[in-house]
Design a protein around this ligand. Structure first.
Ligand code: SF4
Length: 895
């Protein structure tokens, strides 16, 4: 540490720190325009100049390191004069339109002009006029207001690593521009809005806000993103019941100021005219719906469900809740199913994504949750990213991966059949054939064990079953693994040595691991890797699923599963069963219920008669949707609770309109087990109700009174029944929330699991053989179809497609096809092609790209007009029954 004095006050600082940082420690304000703690110092704006005793001239405090004995003055006359002069120079090139500029109130230049009493500039007679550019989606640009601080350039380079902006021209002509002044959409911009968020003036602004309101007129409401499992913190800027824009605070975990396009610009869906505004009912699904009052609709649902329960028994009912719903809603859905309907036929849409994570991680470690926090990614020395197109599916988590590699020198091993963006950052890319994950990881295990690179001490003390694992992986020699997976054996050996050679090896994975016939096995295989190298139970290690939807973790934690109550307390464990039976005042069923795919099979067999589906659209997002829709059509009674008239709602007898996440209080749990508050920002639309209220109304109408005044009371009940949540209540969740387990009201939370012992005692090394996918390409259907997510959209598109700004960037689906296949089939980008599988066919435009593996094509299922799941197959994970979205066989023809 070095000692220095600033404005006569003594302070100690690290030698690597700057004068600005030392002053901030003392609470001394130094004005800055080009500084951001996330970026390397540039000293461009010169607003932060200070006087250092003995220095020949003023120095930029943001770029000058502290030194022993330094004496600094931040407010001397020469400092003030210099800052005033700088402001005059900056102002000389700035439009004079503060009265009408939408940045008024937030503009840093305006603030400092006022603070330093600078009213005009001596250097020009007339300021240039505004030069608005409204041509880009989401982002409004006025380059005459640009003060050339370079923050937009640096944040795009250093944080987003997208390199869209650059300084162009020289001298007085210098400006910030895209390459060849292309529109952002054509320049490779991903519309994360980082550049907008750091612009200190009105040169770059969010478009929606630029049209509607002043900063002092808005209320700032802190909440959580409703899209992916990263669970970014958001600040909603609300005026008069309307959300004007979304920003993020640089202090808030887990995103620290970063957002992706969906989080920043995907918020306008809530005011879509398509929102459901009143209950709809009908007797048969071939009839049109008619509007009903809430009393009539709730009464009908209660009567029908009671009738079905009485006539066919409790197990004739099944409930599916939503990983987009809050923890409190998911808790009530499973309580309703168990306590009111008397069955464990309860599942949620995690079944179609991370069901195998719950199954696989529980089998290996005892807990079906991520072991570490997302922040740990940045400090890892080796990262395995497996089956995760992170930059598109979890963009803010991808920033942490990029930072680990680019700034901290981490080695990245990418396991993916597609040439995803992260491949550019990889030390080794294992481009395996779709569906061969287990074989590939067995190959890695083989090398590690054969070369003696395993952590013997860890294996001996903390794991079981090493002998069986050794026997199984002995057969997965690099040669054999190459034969099965298509990955060159030297890459297998290289990756194994890299991962086994560190004490800070972290595994991050996505749906490319789970949505396979051997999805749970894939997850267990990854756990095997972590266990035999001892890379678990410490910072910057572990095995971490990137959850698909925002509350996949929470919906499973809340017991919206067929075999467990909250936090995985088993329904067939007599102690847990007794505890919940007593708390809920009824005898609960002990037999585990049906998983979602089993519900469809039972419905087709005429045994399941009624379903209650909350915020989930399986008629689009389930695989093999003809089968799913046929099952729904066979039900005697289907209730759907939704925001929009989805394809599933179209098959319902009753549709109940619910509120969206801007309109509700509650909690979400992100991929790192962080439980956080979402806060109601705007009122519910007239005619709709909160999901939790609707569940309570139905339960009460069925003779089981459920009365809560607020979701916080539901959380209090969860905490009473769940040891891991004992220390959680709404008050404690203010701020960054808490990472469960939280054992008591003073417990700080547990960012790292399995430190000294695994939840199941010893970590289990599961001996697993490679199981081929259910349907492989053949002469009739020669190509693999893999499905997944695109950056701009999400799930069935019901929310993301209803955002005009996002829709203007991405409005149609395309199939990705490798140039080799394209040439063989005479297909060019833009051609319309027909894709056929054994179950259906569809037409879509083609995009020829090397991103697709040779022999494979790729589609998302975001766009209803391209119903990808008519193609996907009947394959399911052997244990969790999650559909095998990642592999089926298709053929492609040019139409
Ligand atoms: Fe929302 Fe995920 Fe994007 Fe964060 S990364 S803003 S949570 S969609």
């Amino acid at each position: 540490m070095v000692s220095l004095s600033i404005d006569g006050k003594k302070v100690e600082a690290e030698p690597s720190q700057t004068i600005l940082q030392a002053a901030q420690r003392l609470g001394i304000h130094i004005p800055t325009l080009c500084h951001d703690p996330r970026l390397a110092p540039s000293g461009a704006c010169r607003m932060c100049v200070v006087e250092v005793e003995g220095a020949r001239s003023l120095v930029a405090s943001c770029a000058t390191p502290v030194s022993e004995g330094m004496k600094v003055s931040t407010q001397s006359e020469s400092v003030k004069r210099a800052r005033k002069l700088n402001l005059e120079l900056i102002w000389s090139h700035h439009p004079n339109d503060c009265l009408t500029c939408d940045k008024t109130g937030e503009c840093q230049l305006q603030k400092f002009m006022y603070e330093y009493d600078v009213k005009t500039s001596r250097f020009v007679e007339q300021n240039p006029p505004p030069r608005p550019d409204d041509s880009n989606p989401g982002i409004y640009r006025d380059m005459n207001k640009c003060i050339l601080c370079g923050k937009c350039v640096r944040i795009c380079d250093e944080v987003q690593d997208q390199h869209i902006w650059a300084f162009s021209n020289r001298g007085m002509q210098t400006s910030i521009a895209t390459a060849f002044e292309k529109p952002l959409k054509d320049a490779g911009c991903v519309f994360c809005g980082h550049c907008v968020s750091v612009c200190p003036v009105g040169a770059l602004m969010d478009k929606p806000a630029a049209k509607k309101g002043r900063p002092w007129e808005t209320r700032k409401v802190r909440t959580v993103c409703c899209y992916c499992g990263v669970g970014c913190s958001l600040i909603l800027h609300v005026k008069g019941g309307e959300v004007l824009k979304v920003t993020a605070d640089t202090h808030d975990a887990p995103n620290y100021g970063s957002l992706c396009v969906k989080g920043r610009y995907g918020f306008e869906f809530y005011k879509s005219p398509d929102r459901l505004k009143f209950p709809l009912i009908r007797d048969r699904i071939d009839q049109p719906f008619r509007e009903a009052s809430w009393n009539e609709a709730i009464g009908l649902v209660a009567r029908k469900l009671m009738g079905i329960r009485q006539k066919y028994g409790p197990d004739a009912f099944g409930c599916l809740s939503s990983s987009r719903g809050t923890n409190e809603e998911n808790y009530l859905a499973q309580k309703f199913t168990r306590a009111v309907m008397g069955t464990n036929n309860m599942d949620n849409c995690a079944r179609v994504c991370h069901g195998p994570s719950v199954t696989g991680l529980r089998a290996s470690l005892g807990s079906g949750a991520a072991t570490n926090s997302l922040a740990d990614i940045e400090g890892a020395e080796v990262l395995i990213v497996s089956g995760s197109n992170t930059t598109e599916a979890h963009p803010v988590a991808a920033l942490k991966i990029k930072k680990a590699v680019r700034q901290n020198g981490a080695k990245l091993i990418v396991i993916d059949p597609r040439e995803i963006e992260l491949v550019q950052y990889a030390t080794v890319w294992l481009r395996l054939k779709p569906g061969t994950n287990v074989a590939l990881i067995n190959g890695l295990l083989h090398v590690i064990l054969k070369e003696g690179l395993e952590n013997r001490e860890f294996i001996r003390q903390r794991t079981e079953n090493i002998d069986m694992l050794q026997q199984i992986v002995a057969q997965y020699t690099p040669e054999k693994t190459e034969e099965i997976t298509g990955v060159p054996q030297e890459d297998i050996v290289k990756a194994a040595r890299i991962y086994a050679g560190t004490r800070k090896g972290m595994i991050v994975y996505g749906l490319g691991m789970t949505e396979h016939k051997a999805g749970s096995h894939g997850v267990m295989s990854l756990a095997n890797l972590a266990l035999i190298t001892g890379n678990v139970g410490r910072s910057n290690t572990g095995i971490n699923p990137l959850r698909g939807q925002n509350n996949v973790q929470g919906s499973c934690d809340m017991g919206a599963l067929p075999d467990v109550y909250t936090c995985y307390q088993k329904v067939d464990d007599p102690i847990a069963n007794k505890k919940f039976s007593e708390a809920w005042g009824c005898q609960l069923p002990a037999k585990p219920g049906l998983k979602e795919p089993q519900m469809y099979r039972e419905a087709l067999a005429g045994k399941l008669k009624a379903m209650y589906i909350i915020g989930y659209d399986p008629a689009v997002t389930q695989a093999n949707i003809h089968h799913v829709r046929s099952a729904m059509k066979k039900l005697d009674f289907l209730v759907v609770q939704e925001l929009f008239m989805t394809e599933t709602a179209k098959l319902a007898h009753v549709v109940l309109p619910a509120g969206c996440f801007f309109e509700k209080d509650g909690t979400f749990t992100n991929a790192e087990r962080r439980v956080r508050r979402l806060n109601q920002a705007i009122p519910l639309p007239k005619g709709t109700k909160h999901d939790w209220e609707i569940i309570c109304l139905i339960a009460s109408a069925m003779g089981y009174p459920m009365h809560y005044h607020h979701p916080s009371e539901i959380m209090d009940e969860i905490a009473r029944l769940t040891s891991e949540f004992t220390g959680i209540d709404f008050k404690r969740l203010e701020g960054d929330g808490l990472v469960w387990p939280v054992w008591d009201k003073n417990h700080p939370g547990t960012p790292i699991l399995h430190k000294d012992t695994f939840t199941r005692g010893k970590g289990r090394l599961n001996d697993l053989l490679y199981t081929p996918s259910e349907e492989l390409p053949d002469d009739d259907y020669p190509l693999y179809l893999t499905t997944g997510r695109r950056l701009y959209h999400y799930n069935n598109g019901s929310m993301s497609l209803r955002n005009p700004e996002i829709y203007s960037i991405s409005s149609e689906e395309f199939v990705e096809i490798h140039p080799d296949e394209a040439e063989r089939l005479d297909i060019k980008t833009g051609d319309t092609v027909r894709i056929k599988s054994r179950r259906g066919s569809l037409e879509v435009k083609a995009r020829v790209t090397r991103k697709s593996r040779p022999g494979s094509v790729f589609l998302s299922f975001h766009f209803p007009e391209v119903p990808t799941n008519v193609l996907t197959g009947p394959g399911e994970d052997l244990l969790a029954l999650t559909p095998e979205y990642k592999v089926c066989a298709v053929k492609v023809e040019k139409t």
